[in-house]
Design a protein around this ligand. Structure first.
Ligand code: SF4
Ligand code: SF4
Length: 111
């Protein structure tokens, strides 16, 4: 095969027959403002934890929305709950509350 110096990434299509969105729907009940997120990335761009680690709150809540929960509880421990992301969200998503609820849901299901 010819080496073009780059490779195609695997598709990120969501197969709704294979993933369970149960936790995501529970999160929406606890923090309905999450419905307004349009994935702009402002929250990640201003994140305090992002300055010191590879943490991306946008990646975390996108994975949660897609039903991909593996490793998220561990990842969320990097968040310092400073609340900066909530202040800059143009859609008024209460991210701090979202993060606390995500942690709780993930911890409950890990027990
Ligand atoms: S800043 Fe708000 S709208 Fe933008 S990705 Fe983050 S949560 Fe979503
Ligand atoms: S609350 Fe967490 S995710 Fe939001 S800006 Fe602070 S460290 Fe980042």
């Amino acid at each position: 095969m010819i080496d073009f110096g780059f490779a195609l990434k695997q598709t990120r299509q969501e197969n709704l027959d294979k993933v369970s969105l149960e936790k995501y729907h529970k999160l929406l009940e606890l923090e309905p403002s999450f419905k307004r997120c349009f994935q702009c990335g402002n929250c990640s761009a201003t994140c305090s934890a992002r300055q010191f680690t590879d943490f991306s709150i946008r990646r975390v809540h996108t994975s949660f929305r897609r039903g991909e929960y593996d490793g998220l509880a561990q990842e969320l421990r990097k968040c310092m709950l400073c609340g900066k992301c909530t202040l800059v969200c143009p859609r008024g998503v209460n991210l701090r509350s979202l993060i606390i609820n995500m942690r709780q849901i993930l911890d409950e299901t890990e027990k």
